[in-house]
Design a protein around this ligand. Structure first.
Ligand code: AMP
Ligand code: MG
Length: 444
């Protein structure tokens, strides 16, 4: 067990300013030991897992020269000009190769994916031919060698297909299937215990009284963990008491590689997460210079890494994406990649004071000749719908002040945007001046 830390030394003071985000991220990722335990899984279960072995192909893909068109195969030397005729002597279909031999002046009908027999070096697409009395008339003569995919075009025997440490995406699953890989060895999934803290939180399948709220963060966290391919251990809601937190932390540390909590990590009268983390484990740092999401605590309990995320739902989501996700990717045996970012002009002026790196929720409009980005109207850290209607963050550096309309700003699309396309605009208001309270977005 690490030495207990006195959490008071992490309390706000001029000597102890919030840590810059990049430093916090590097510090977290560098402290993670990847899980080296591996398991053999059937290929369909390997999606969103990290490959633990470098895969080479034992076969050529495709295994034989084959046609890329439905058409006719012949020897280029037999055809000189449009209108030339060839005798059709057989068929080659995918899965049913032509068994005979071609003589000079012969051709075969050949379908996409069918093996190209010896004697054929060119395929003409069906649309450029006509049949006449058992003969083929070639109307547009293709260049010699056209429409044939050579054996090994995709992969040659011995090629490295994927490397150890790669996170498996749907295309990778298809490539592994194309080399007949029914099972693969992957890193064991990190076990991530997560729970919400807060006496105001209620289950989502019952009523709520004034002052109570539904425990939405735990559902958001469960979804984020599932999307990352983690093994989530859902520990429910823990009340705002030191005793309850102690018991939950101990149970989580016994069962998990990482612990993610939401709430109770700020300076409120009922915020005990930092104190209990210091008692039961160690606090590596507290507070990051990020908005939303400043009061984040990172530390260790037993052998588990601990992430105490702030309770405001947008803060929980932003700190998870910026700090917990790269840590879990590393823990899972992968290499966290820097997020995709680019610059777009901002449609509206943006308020900002120097101090913290800001993650404004925004929408990109990439459909017009001069694309731009538009911040959603309500940037409150409690307004989760600002994340739901957004498709990207506008990332403003810590030292940045206010931004004028039309200036270039750094945009970080949500990964889901890249996978799943944009968000529908229904129910989204078009102008900040016209949007009444409670409407969220300012995009035309
Ligand atoms: P805390 O970080 O505990 O001070 O909480 C900050 C704000 O986030 C408060 O308004 C909480 O009610 C809210 N909050 C905390 N936990 C959750 C949760 N699990 N789901 C939704 N909102 C939460
Ligand atoms: Mg709370």
């Amino acid at each position: 067990m690490p030495e207990p830390t006195d959490p008071s030394r992490f309390r706000q003071s001029p000597d102890n300013p919030p840590m810059p985000l990049a430093e916090a991220r590097a510090r977290i990722v560098d402290s993670i030991t990847p899980i080296m335990r591996t398991e053999r899984v059937n290929l369909p279960e390997a999606l969103h897992r990290v490959l633990a072995e470098t895969m080479t192909s034992a076969i050529d893909v495709p295994g034989a020269d084959n046609s890329s068109m439905d058409g006719y195969g012949f020897a280029a030397a037999d055809v000189r000009a449009s209108g030339d005729r060839l005798a059709i002597v057989g068929d080659s279909l995918a899965g049913h190769p032509f068994a005979g031999a071609l003589k000079a002046g012969d051709c075969i009908r050949i379908m996409t994916g069918a093996v190209v027999p010896s004697g054929v070096d060119t395929v003409v697409m069906q649309e450029n031919t006509r049949e006449d009395d058992g003969h083929l008339v070639i109307e547009t003569v293709p260049a010699a060698g056209s429409n044939i995919r050579p054996a090994g075009e995709d992969l040659t025997r011995g090629d490295v297909v994927l490397r150890a440490g790669q996170y498996l995406r749907p295309a990778d699953i298809a490539v592994l299937a194309s080399i007949g890989q029914a099972q693969v060895t992957v890193h064991a999934r990190p076990r991530v215990a997560f729970f919400s803290t807060g006496d105001e939180l209620r289950p989502i399948d019952g009523p709520i009284e004034p002052g109570q709220i539904y425990d939405s963060n735990r559902y958001g966290l469960a979804a984020l963990l599932a999307e990352l391919g983690m093994e989530g251990i859902n520990m429910g809601v823990v009340g705002d008491s030191r005793a309850a937190l102690r018991a939950a932390f101990a149970e989580a540390a016994d069962n998990a590689d990482a612990i993610v909590t939401s709430g109770g990590v700020s300076v409120g009268a009922a915020d005990f997460v930092l104190d209990v983390l210091g008692e039961q484990g160690s606090v590596d740092f507290w507070r990051v210079a990020i908005k939303p999401g400043k009061p984040l605590a990172f530390g260790t309990i037993g052998s588990a890494r601990f992430f105490g995320l702030p309770g405001n739902p947008v803060s929980t989501a932003v700190t998870f994406l910026q700090l917990v996700r790269p840590a879990l990717v590393r823990m899972a045996g992968g290499q966290p990649a820097p997020p995709t970012r680019f610059y777009l002009p901002t449609r509206h002026a943006l308020d900002k004071r120097p101090g913290r790196e800001n993650f404004l929720r925004a929408r990109m409009d990439m459909t017009k000749p001069t694309p731009d980005v538009c911040g959603v109207d309500h940037q409150g850290s409690g307004v989760m719908r600002s994340m739901s209607v957004a498709d990207c963050f506008i990332v403003l550096p810590a030292e940045q002040g206010a931004v004028a309309a039309g200036e270039l700003v750094c945009v970080e699309p949500f990964a889901q945007t890249l996978w799943g396309g944009g968000r529908p605009t229904d129910g989204v208001r078009s102008s900040p001046d016209r949007a009444p309270r409670g409407m969220y977005i300012a995009c035309d």
